[in-house]
Design a protein around this ligand. Structure first.
Ligand SMILES: *Cc1c(COP(=O)(O)O)cnc(C)c1O
Length: 373
């Protein structure tokens, strides 16, 4: 029986193994392990991809989001206790970045079609302390529409994108600067290159993308002990640097990302066309926007039996995410809140294999297995 592992990172890297090894060796031999030319070049390449003026590469995606919020505090745009609207069904890291900065996460239900923050609910959540919105482009589907732009402008809110799952995606609606790439739609964005993300390093890495000169300079200083020049500290900062070796790995991966995304899109289309089991609801493919399919997430009521059926037929699966942030022990302060859509999604979602080397033919075979459930 053919096996379809949910994700095998070594297999996903296999087509580029020689390029990755050569790039790693070159960094090792050159002896410049931080602040090197791969980091500088990667920043330019990511800025081009996200259509932003600036990119600051950092240690990981959570740090990217934490640094953005901390920088806006240093710039006087955010203060302790200010409220940030964030989807209730996000990965916990979005919320961690907010609470870590003594800001208050205000959770918002998602839409049933996009599974992204429901922009129609934002205005109802606004209070005198609301200062920012953090749309999350969940599973690689852009979270952006005219209403987000209007509400942010009307109430003077910062928009900080959590682009950890969607680098390379394109929105159908233009962002603040008239461009369409996620990571460049709002005021600033946090990007993650965690190995399982659609652009993954061989370890931890992340990036901040923005068109704001002052924000870029502030996060760059904060990520390097708070120093604006050597041995001169203007902030009580952190060490959130990216390794040169990870920057080199990411530049190799980036060369192939477009083609990999095209395959992911073809796999998503094959799944959607061939899954015909009424018990299994496939995600919506939106014409006009470019989804990058970090995950392909179906919804099913009888999840345990479904996953057991997949496993019996050699198909790996995963859950993103079984427990929403407000149900995590660390957020007991949010435990009294109820988000029926978020909670239902948490009980129903199943992620199917979509990362390389999964092909559209594999997706057709897996759809056949799904239809026999
Ligand atoms: C992965 C992820 C993060 C955090 O990125 P790391 O690089 O793992 O720190 C933040 N938000 C979302 C939505 C994520 O999926």
């Amino acid at each position: 029986m053919k096996q379809y592992p949910f994700l095998d990172l070594a297999l996903a890297c296999a087509p580029y193994m020689d390029e990755l090894k050569a790039a790693a060796c070159e960094v090792i031999e050159r002896g410049r392990y931080l602040h090197g030319e791969h980091t500088r070049a990667l920043e330019q390449e990511i800025a081009a991809l996200c259509q932003t003026r600036h990119c600051v590469c950092v240690s990981n995606g959570l740090d990217a989001l934490r640094l953005i919020l901390r920088a806006y505090k240093e710039m006087g745009r955010l203060h302790d206790g200010d409220e940030v609207i964030v989807p209730a069904n996000t990965y916990v890291a979005s919320v961690l970045a907010i609470s870590d900065n003594n800001l208050k996460p205000v959770l918002c239900e998602p839409r049933e079609d996009t599974l992204n923050l429901d922009s129609r609910l934002i205005e109802g959540l606004i209070t005198p302390r609301t200062r920012a919105i953090m749309p999350v482009h969940l599973y690689g589907t852009p979270c952006w529409d005219n209403l987000i732009v209007e509400v942010a402008r009307k109430h003077g809110l910062l928009v900080i994108e959590d682009n950890a799952q969607a680098i390379g995606a394109m929105s159908d609606v233009a962002g603040f600067n008239g461009t369409h790439a996620t990571g460049g739609l709002g005021d600033a964005a946090g990007n993650s290159f965690y190995p399982t993300k659609n652009l993954g390093a061989l370890g931890d890495a992340g990036a901040i993308t923005t068109n704001d000169d002052q924000l870029a300079a502030t996060v760059r200083a904060l990520a390097n002990y708070g120093s604006d020049r050597r041995y001169h500290n203007i902030y009580q900062g952190y060490n959130c640097r990216i390794d040169e070796i990870q920057a080199a790995m990411l530049r190799v991966k980036l060369r192939h990302m477009q083609q990999e995304t095209d395959v992911r899109a073809a796999v998503a289309r094959a799944y959607s066309e061939h899954i015909s089991n009424p018990r299994v609801k496939a995600p919506v493919i939106f014409e006009g926007m470019r989804q990058v399919w970090h995950q392909f997430v179906v919804r099913v009521d009888d999840r345990e039996a479904f996953r057991a059926h997949l496993a019996e037929n050699g198909v790996g699966s995963d859950i993103h995410y079984a427990t929403p942030p407000h149900r995590q022990p660390c957020y007991s302060s949010l435990a009294d809140l109820n988000f029926p859509i978020t909670e239902r999604l948490a009980a129903q979602v199943v992620s199917l294999p979509i990362a390389p080397p999964i092909t559209p033919d594999d997706a057709r075979a897996i759809a056949g297995i799904i239809n026999r459930f």
